[in-house]
Design a binder for this molecule. Structure first.
Ligand code: GDD
Length: 312
């Protein structure tokens, strides 16, 4: 399965390929509608619930702080309450974020202080603490994974790695002239999303519920990522990239580099793909997309291989 462009396809594009599989069923629900969540959770009685939903774009959260709070903070609260009242045996995973570390210097781990610098980070912090509170107050199996940036060809087009990968492919193959970006100095700990998903699942298989940091332990600037992406097609990024102040955030998280030592020791989880490998992998996918007559492509995640590499 796969895709090449977000715009041409439906909002469900990432799961379209699962339609028709016996074990896969879709239901309507909305983080802004606690009643629908309560009804669903009560009816389905799930074994495991992964809350990956959010208004997840940091820059957008400055433009829509109220909506971000409603969805990313209070939306999780609706799930926690539904579990407490209607399905207390369900194990719950909350997608917490390294954005919560904000101004805290690296390396960041489970003991680091949380000093978020965006409405998104603050909303995630609320859900993070609520998850912990429900675990402690009601004895429920509820955990947060504090995940550092995790990317793949399936990333949305308005996040920097995919934006860069798409632009590099278009510049190289279609003569697009330039790429306009914001802050190139921020450092991120970029990992490969499939490896992180395996880690999320592993957290819910543990004997005891607790929170973990998932990260690669390596960091790169946006400029490093740019350089690796352009180099993968034999080009120099400085000839193609401009910056625009309007793409900067009012407050930036300057430096994220996680320490995944506890996940490694306890979950035996270890990621292998790091930032600059990702640049090449993502650019290659975008070039394949441009070469595909249908615009529809297999992005080829071999899950057995991912599991083997993470726990092997
Ligand atoms: N999106 C974007 N677009 N970011 C840019 C651009 C641009 O044109 N130019 C520079 N950047 C910089 C941002 O300022 C930021 O420092 C860095 O690139 C990464 O931005 P994003 O890819 O938007 O990701 P993020 O780090 O803000 O947030 C992602 O990771 C979090 C985990 O730490 C998101 O996936 C969050 O939802 C997630 O929680």
């Amino acid at each position: 399965m796969g895709w090449c462009g977000d715009r041409q396809r439906s909002a469900r594009q990432r799961i379209d390929h699962l339609q028709g599989e016996e074990r896969f069923q879709l239901h309507y629900g909305d983080l802004g509608d606690p009643v629908s969540l309560h009804t669903l959770i009560s009816k389905i009685q799930p074994n495991e619930i992964y809350n990956l939903a959010a208004q997840s774009h940091v820059k957008v959260s400055f433009d829509q702080p109220f909506y971000t709070g409603q969805v990313t903070a209070l939306g999780s609260m609706a799930i926690l309450e539904a579990i407490r009242l209607a399905a207390p045996e369900a194990k719950f995973y909350q997608a917490s974020s390294s954005e919560m570390f904000g101004a805290t210097p690296p390396p960041q781990d489970e003991q680091s202080s949380l000093q978020p610098r965006s409405p998104y980070g603050i909303s995630k912090l609320y859900s993070h603490w609520m998850t912990k509170n429900y675990r402690e107050a009601y004895g429920l199996f509820m955990v947060s994974g504090i995940l550092f940036n995790h990317e793949s060809p399936r990333r949305g087009e308005n996040f920097v790695t995919r934006k860069i990968a798409k632009a590099v492919a278009s510049i190289d193959r279609k003569g697009l002239s330039k790429l306009v970006l914001g802050n190139l100095h921020a450092e991120r700990d970029w990992g490969y999303a499939p490896e992180f998903v395996v880690g999320m699942w592993k957290m819910l298989q543990a004997d005891q519920p607790r929170d973990f940091v998932l990260a690669t332990g390596e960091s790169f600037t946006v400029r490093d990522f740019l350089s690796a992406a352009f180099s993968s097609v034999g080009r120099n990024w400085e000839e193609h990239v401009e910056t625009d102040e309007s793409l900067f955030r009012p407050t930036e998280v300057d430096f994220l580099r996680g320490n995944p030592a506890e996940a490694e020791a306890i979950l035996k989880w270890r990621p292998h793909v790091i930032g600059t490998d990702l640049a090449q992998l993502m650019v290659e996918h975008e070039i394949d997309c441009l070469n595909s007559p249908t615009g529809f492509l297999v992005d080829g995640i071999d899950w057995e291989q991912v599991v083997e590499s993470v726990f092997g």
